[in-house]
Design a protein around this ligand. Structure first.
Ligand SMILES: [Zn+2]
Length: 467
């Protein structure tokens, strides 16, 4: 079997075959952030997972169109806009910008399209009109438009494709207006919410009067507009399976009569220090909290990528320290290979690439992929220590690493990456040493250390290394 993923839709591991008859183009949608707060480390696990899927598909030669929406109108956002007395755009733009900065700090490739819900109101209204025309949606007495689960099921459609639902508990016509609800609240859900005074200025005109879209319809409208009525991959955290993703399927398939998504991939939960993350337990971390503790985005990325996406992951500060040590091992090995002066070109050393590919083809078996990498590090270190690596071999092994790293995106800290201020200090230290001012030279060394950098004197001159 080639590349395969666990598809939540079929509850099995399935071989990946894109809808594109040429087998080349892949459409991939991952539910993006709701920009009302900073994303926490559990959210980041999902985005790093999506980045891995995209990078691996590209590595396999697919042409991926990666879409991640920005939810910039939703219940929680409106509440915060009201509380902070700002405008919707003012409020959401600061969190959107911070999110994109963090995405970059974590080494994630920027999605090709980042649609904002507020810029797709026309498409959202058209989709709701289509659902009304098909008899699946209706305007209720409160002025809002709801999706009728009974009518949808009556058309032979299946509500409950991602989760098992107990319809015996359901009371026909019962409605739920809020964007988030649990399985026990199985009920008709809001597509368009009629204006209420609490919405303030957050409102749009529609054929049903003033109001705003529900959260679920936003993703159906944006994903189908950008990727077409049927597309290959839809990703998200497992907490979004119900109701959000189930509702996306119902709205999309109810409107088009076509299968919405071929493969649904869900990333599992994250615990912090063995417990569910919560602000009151003090184990609630945003990326910025971790950067403030002195960790890097690269270390956080490594840790998030160290476990299989479908397993619950226990994120710990000790784990971050372990990530730092593991990355240092890789950096040292790759650094030594580079010092040999071999270009990372020519045919790649096949064993590493083969083992890595075999592992990731198997529903992204990342543990086996890391095992291949650390075996490669040990073997390379042995060969380096015994001086038995030819220049051609060094080039091939470096080329293999570059290929693997194009998927992992954990890079390698090179000297050039030291900030200008740090490089300037290194130069000042060299000047002091040249002038035999060893007191000054030591002071600078201490200053560098305080800033997290050490100088290693090598036969080829001094090198900066991150602590
Ligand atoms: Zn979504």
């Amino acid at each position: 079997m080639g590349l395969s993923f666990f598809n939540t839709l079929s509850r099995t591991v399935q071989e990946f075959a894109p809808l594109d008859p040429a087998g080349k183009k892949v459409g991939m949608y991952c539910c993006g952030p709701t920009v009302y707060d900073s994303a926490h480390i559990g959210n980041w696990r999902t985005f790093v997972f999506a980045d891995l899927v995209r990078r691996y598909l590209e590595f396999k030669g697919y042409e991926v169109k990666h879409v991640m929406n920005i939810t910039d109108v939703e219940d929680k956002i409106i509440k915060r806009v009201r509380e902070t007395r700002t405008t919707l755009r003012e409020f959401t733009s600061q969190y959107e910008a911070a999110f994109l900065d963090d995405l970059k700090a974590l080494g994630c490739l920027e999605p090709h399209v980042k649609p904002r819900a507020t810029e797709y109101i026309t498409e959202i209204i058209s989709l709701i009109e289509l659902l009304i025309a098909r008899g699946i949606a209706y305007k209720a007495s409160d002025g809002s438009v709801y999706f009728s689960i009974e009518k949808y099921r009556g058309c032979g459609c299946n509500y409950g494709q991602l989760v098992n639902l107990n319809f015996d508990e359901m009371r026909v016509g019962e409605r739920v207006a809020s964007d988030e609800y649990d399985k026990e609240s199985l009920a008709d859900f809001a597509l368009w919410k009629a204006y209420v005074p609490e919405d303030g200025e957050v409102t749009w005109d529609s054929p049903w009067g003033k109001g705003r879209p529900g959260w679920h319809i936003e993703c159906s409208a944006m994903s189908m507009k950008v990727l077409g009525e049927s597309f290959d991959l839809h990703l998200g955290g497992e907490d979004l399976k119900f109701p959000h993703h189930e509702d996306e399927i119902a709205q999309s398939e109810g409107a088009t009569g076509k299968p919405f998504v071929k493969y649904w991939l869900h990333g599992a939960f994250l615990l912090v220090e063995g417990k569910k993350m919560s602000k009151s337990l003090g184990n609630y971390f945003t990326l910025r909290d971790l950067l403030a503790k002195g960790f890097t985005g690269r270390e956080v990325r490594y840790l998030l990528l160290s476990a299989h996406y479908r397993g619950t992951f226990n994120f710990t500060i000790d784990g971050l320290a372990g990530a730092r040590a593991a990355l240092a091992r890789i950096d040292e090995c790759v650094g030594k290979l580079r010092e040999l002066g071999a270009p990372a070109s020519g045919p790649a050393q096949s064993e590493l690439v083969t083992r890595f590919t075999t592992a990731l083809d198997d529903d992204l078996n990342i543990s086996a992929a890391w095992a291949a990498i650390f075996d490669w590090v040990s073997e390379t270190n042995k060969r380096l220590a015994s001086n038995s690596l030819t220049l051609a071999e060094a080039a091939a092994t470096l080329a293999a690493w570059e290929q693997v790293n194009s998927v992992l995106g954990i890079g390698c800290v090179a000297e050039a990456e030291a900030p200008a201020e740090i490089v300037a200090l290194l130069e000042a230290r060299q000047a002091a040493r040249k002038a035999k001012d060893f007191k000054r030279s030591d002071e600078i060394r201490d200053e560098l250390k305080a800033k997290g950098w050490v100088i290693e004197d090598t036969p080829k001159g001094p090198k900066l290394k991150k602590l």
